[in-house]
Design a protein around this ligand. Sequence first.
Ligand SMILES: Cc1ncc(COP(=O)(O)O)c(C=O)c1O
Length: 365
Amino acid sequence: MLNQFKNSFYQNQKIIHLNNAGLAPISKDARDKILYWGERFYQEGFFTDHDYMNDVLHSRSSLSKLIGCEAYEVAFFQSTASAISQLCFHFPLNQGDEVITWDQEYASNLYPWQEATKRTGAKLVIVESEKDFTTPVEKIIQSITAKTKVVAISWVQFLTGSKTDIQNLAKITNEKNIFLFVDIMQGFGLHPFQMKEWGVDAVAGGSHKWLTSPVGVGFLALDIKHMNLIKPHNVGAYTFGTCDDPTDLLCMPKKDASKFEAGSKQVLEITALGASVDLILKTKVKVIETEVIRLSKKLTAGLRHLGFDVHYNHSSIVNFIPKVDSTKKLEEIGCNFAVRGPGIRLSPHAFNTDQEIEKVINQLS
Ligand SMILES: Cc1ncc(COP(=O)(O)O)c(C=O)c1O
């Protein structure tokens, strides 16, 4: 299955994709899906209506399997930020309530919660991560008080790949009746995740990193037990029914997560996402995780052997402190990277090869 996964990506000897924590190339399956719908919309227009709707439903169903929830608990958005905004601007926060987050959260999680707490008079409690950027769950647990209403953190941090133990955190938040929201973007598709089984209340993420599909889809999964708690932020025909329903001022919003999708959707991007998620499900997340960790450990060992100071946290992300010529050297071999936190972030996916990792290490020597 791993070989099939690797063969599902375009082989280009001139470039090395090592910024997959930023923007990954899309799979062949995702590319084919876009071409398929492009051609059908070109040839058939409205007569595709029923089929593309079904394909969107298929994407929702596949995504829910990967999240570990039900399809009716998943809603599509345009970005992770919009999905999180839907949740936090309608979460019933009151003056004095506390929302806990990490000090190194990505902006799409940090800013919506900052704004939501500002608007309601709640307090955003920012927990300091360790000096080496690790994010141990104990620090979040120690920050919980009687006023804590929400813990809203990333599963895997975007700077150095530091993970927080969500499974153990959920045990505590459930016991204390605290809402647990997790931005799963940097770990989803890469490490096994089980939202309902672990007891996580809601998650959000997006299409363009470990899910190897085009930029432009965010998603929110909300446990059905909270569905009445959160009102739709954007409102339109699909909040209540479909485009074919007559308007009725007394109609009620849908009872599942599709109430959050006010209108027509990004069919190309969502169906392409579904195609890549199917590839991931077929390959199995555990297989992807094992290969990603093998490649990133090889990269870490090679860099350390060359004397680089490296942050590595058993995910994909390898963050090293560069020498003066490091970025130029990476550019020379067409290797993309990101300048993040303490240094240079490299982030292999399971489609990367040993030869690519060796080429990068040789080039940096
Ligand atoms: C933790 C995390 N969440 C979300 C995102 C993406 O956010 P958005 O879809 O709003 O651009 C990123 C991208 O870098 C990220 O690292």
